[in-house]
Design a protein around this ligand. Structure first.
Ligand SMILES: [Zn+2]
Ligand SMILES: [Zn+2]
Length: 581
């Protein structure tokens, strides 16, 4: 069975047993099971396709050990879920992993497997990828597998915010794997459902659309939203509409007045992941085989890296046009990337249209009402602490996007603060976002995250960190020489460490090996015999499917145990016969 699938046995490492458990728990009818089986057959991989894909992954990893991939197979040895991320994606995550969005899409009609690119935003405000996955289906189990695998590839640092569609399977999976991340729903998808679900209201009342939009988009604080919503519900008698009750109960996850209080790099929809999906459509079509798919994915992602390089070059080698005389504009032009500078500049220019009225002043804390010159509404509340140079605006633009809003800037200028306080220059929007932060924020995040437990995680961790060094070392011959000397010194130091530490890693390797129970042919047969769709209990006792990752890389890392003195294998400097002599 395993051979027929074309998947190399040594890489068949986990069994999608919970799939079966799920079906049993759902109390399915015979009809459902028939459907289940036929889709299963339909998804059967073209002979050799999965193997070609694996060969490609292996090749990528041998070229660059920072390449990460993970594969999960179903009970019959067919490839079910797979995830991969190139080294650069993993390195970018260190700097821009604060917000991630994903939205499954069907590009690979050949196997009807949803493709899930994980998308983020770089310092040029461009969409970037943190890896991609081909999933068997869109169940909670598949998403849990994806998020766990993805998190491991990204060194266990969860994002601050996740934005997805409002979907039960995804929502449960995010809650299980990323319990400390803020999870927002795509505003646009929920809004789109209003005309569909409330078509009678839309037909009877021409002004509902207008009032609804005002309630969602023109309310600034949660209090304002609550008032507008109550009014809307009463006016159109929607108190007993269960769907309305449902979207209201999740308001904190999609209504701008709420979501703007947390950092989303400016995203309130899954639009970035949708445009990423569209982007891939140019590279892939419905008949693309899986092995071809991953190759094309790499080509597509290379094209994106070229775009980033273009922007880096432009920011470094051209000067933006300044439009005001404020020193903060000059400062912003120096540090921000060009795109972010323009966004800041727009806010600064707009701020000139606004006026303010002082509401209160106490102990150096000013409270203003800020609004446009000739318009009383909408108005914003800006609180300024003049000593600490801290400002808070009810529009929450800084919290949401990371750039100061026109209202806050207006108050700064009014109070003669003409220089941008450092704490309002978010590193992730500056040109230095991609260099020199390795020891700062990221290692802090690492400490908050779970400690790295095994050799595969240690390997991954060092791999990703050293990518930054490779980049710096390639700047000039001199950089390269210094890096080489440093690496040699480090390598010697590691060689001289006592051998006892090795036990940890060999222990974890044997643990990793034991995950791949299915290697054992007898074991494989028993599981095939004992597992039927209607007998989930024995399956469940096997526990969650597990996956082996980076094994190739690991084996390689263990081979390089050379003595730093005589360069021979099998001993280290402290036990070297030549040193003793
Ligand atoms: Zn504001
Ligand atoms: Zn030696």
């Amino acid at each position: 069975m395993l051979d027929q699938s074309g998947v190399r046995p040594s890489k068949i490492v986990s069994v999608l047993a919970t799939q079966v458990g799920g079906i049993g728990n759902l109390n399915v009818t015979d009809h459902d099971v028939c459907n289940y089986l036929s889709t299963k057959r339909h998804k059967e991989l073209e002979k050799g396709d999965a193997q070609l894909m694996l060969q490609y992954f292996q090749k990528r990893q041998s070229e660059n050990p920072g390449f990460f991939y993970a594969i999960q197979v179903d009970i019959e040895g067919r490839l079910a879920n797979c995830f991969w991320a190139d080294a650069k994606s993993r390195s970018l995550y260190k700097h821009f992993g604060d917000v991630v969005t994903f939205d499954p899409t069907y590009l690979t009609n050949k196997y009807k497997m949803p493709f899930v690119p994980l998308t983020g935003v770089n310092h040029h405000y461009q969409s970037i990828l943190f890896g991609g996955a081909l999933l068997w289906d869109e169940t909670e189990e598949s998403f849990v597998w994806l998020l766990q695998t993805w998190l491991e590839a990204m060194l266990g640092c969860p994002p601050k915010t996740v934005i997805t569609d409002q979907d039960t399977a995804i929502t449960n999976a995010v809650a299980r794997v990323l319990p400390h991340s803020t999870h927002h729903f795509c505003m646009w998808h929920i809004e789109k459902k209003f005309p569909e679900t409330l078509s009678h209201i839309y037909h009877q009342n021409n002004d509902f659309k207008y009032h609804f939009s005002k309630c969602i988009h023109d309310t600034i604080t949660p209090e304002e939203f609550e008032m507008a919503w109550t009014e809307l519900i009463e006016k159109y008698k929607l108190q007993n509409n269960t769907w309305i009750q449902k979207v209201y109960s999740i308001r904190e996850r999609w209504v701008p007045a709420f979501v703007r209080a947390s950092f989303c790099a400016g995203m309130s929809t899954t639009q970035r992941s949708e445009s990423m999906n569209k982007f891939f459509k140019d590279y892939l079509n419905s008949s693309t085989a899986m092995s071809k798919f991953v190759t094309q994915y790499d080509r597509a992602i290379e094209a994106r890296y070229d775009k980033e390089k273009e922007k880096n070059f432009k920011t470094k080698n051209t000067k933006p046009i300044l439009k005001t005389l404020y020193p903060m504009e000059v400062e912003a032009a120096k540090v921000y990337t060009r795109k972010i500078f323009r966004m800041f500049q727009d806010e600064l220019l707009e701020s000139q249209k606004y006026v303010s009225e002082k509401i209160t002043m106490k102990d150096g804390v000013y409270k203003y009402r800020v609004h446009e010159c000739q318009k009383e509404f909408p108005s914003y509340i800006v609180i300024l602490n003049i000593v600490e140079q801290k400002v808070e605006c009810s529009c929450h633009k800084f919290e949401f996007v990371g750039i100061l809003c026109k209202h806050a800037l207006m108050v700064f200028i009014k109070k003669q603060i003409h220089s941008l306080p450092m704490h309002y220059l978010l590193d992730r929007w500056t040109m230095s976002a991609i260099c020199g932060r390795d020891e700062g924020d990221f290692s802090e995040k690492l400490h908050q995250a779970e400690p790295l437990r095994n050799s595969s995680m240690w390997f991954n961790d060092i791999m990703v960190r050293s990518l930054g060094i490779s980049e710096k070392a390639s700047r000039s011959a001199k950089h390269h020489r210094v890096a080489l000397q440093g690496l040699q010194a480090l390598s010697d130091k590691l060689d001289d460490l006592p051998y006892e530490n090795e036990q940890d890693s060999s222990l974890s390797i044997s643990q990793v090996d034991s995950h791949s129970e299915i290697h054992d042919p007898t074991q494989g047969q028993t599981s095939q015999k004992s597992i039927t769709l209607f007998n989930p209990v024995t399956v469940a006792s096997k526990g969650r499917p597990r996956t082996l990752r980076m094994k190739g890389g690991l084996e390689k890392s263990r081979k390089i145990n050379k003595c730093s003195c005589c360069k021979e294998k099998g001993h280290n400097r402290s036990t070297c016969p030549k040193v003793k002599n």
